[in-house]
Ligand binder design. Sequence first.
Ligand code: NAP
Length: 292
Amino acid sequence: MKLLDGKWVSSLILEEITEEVTQLKNKFGKTPHLAAILVGNDGASETYVGSKMRNCEKVGMRSSLVRLESAISEKELLDAVEKLNQDENVDGFIVQLPLPKHISEANIIKAISPSKDVDGFHPDNIGKMVLNMPSFIPATPFGILQMIEKYRIETAGKHCVVVGRSHIVGLPMSILMARNAYPGNCTVTLTHSRTANLKEVCQSADILIVAMGKPDFITADMVKEGAVVIDVGTTRVPDSSKKSGYAIKGDVNFAEVSPKCAYISPVPGGVGLMTVTSLIMNTLLAAKNSIG
Ligand code: NAP
């Protein structure tokens, strides 16, 4: 069994990005700039945004954070989005999800300029991704592709099972793994809570990608010997042995599944780090696009 080490892959990619950022600065006087809008003060969202900002600075990019109260109206948030759309100094930006219940996430995502949508959630970017056209690929699936590529895992002709059909992970992941590209060229099965025979479907997976938010759901009897297992799940569970009072748990029962796998990504230390790195890659792409 080999670990898919998100720390190792992301450090390789961040090094490459640092070099490119230096070149952009030297050749064009351009410093890529990522902005983030954070609504409210949810603990997990604060952590994710903080990590995105820190990583930007690590590679020499600019980052800025727009903080808004959770009671803000949808109209006020749309105005904040429009301001960043118009700001020539901002190459790309994200609106950290989830948003308060009274705001439609779909309306906010639609309002982001597709050329600055570095999360890759805008319908234009999703459509281009489906058609295999250049676009911003959603950060988590993009990170998983990078991981597969850096470990040179064979994908052509394999059966890839994706568990979970969210617009930000499962659905785009299934499309990307079916593309005529590397990584890709898989036969893909996309599963969800209405899938009748999930255990049997998972057992037939050469590559199993799980994004459910159900800690330890995938057990050893659901996994084929020699499979590649990628665990996207990140659920906070109470843990009094930790200073924070919680631990992060994946969707795969690592202890029992890992001995059967050719490769497996751990939680934490796997996909989460790749998500941040991919966002930085998309920001670099946005900056390059802006100077043609
Ligand atoms: P989500 O919107 O929370 O949806 C969960 C998906 O799992 C749904 O499609 C649901 O099916 C499916 N599901 C739930 N119970 C199931 C069951 N018993 N059998 C089969 N499918 C089931 O998904 P998400 O936003 O992608 O998040 C999933 C997990 O990934 C969460 O833990 C989240 O924190 C984590 N995540 C991690 C990263 C990272 O960077 N590591 C990034 C994003 C998300 P239905 O559609 O039928 O309801």
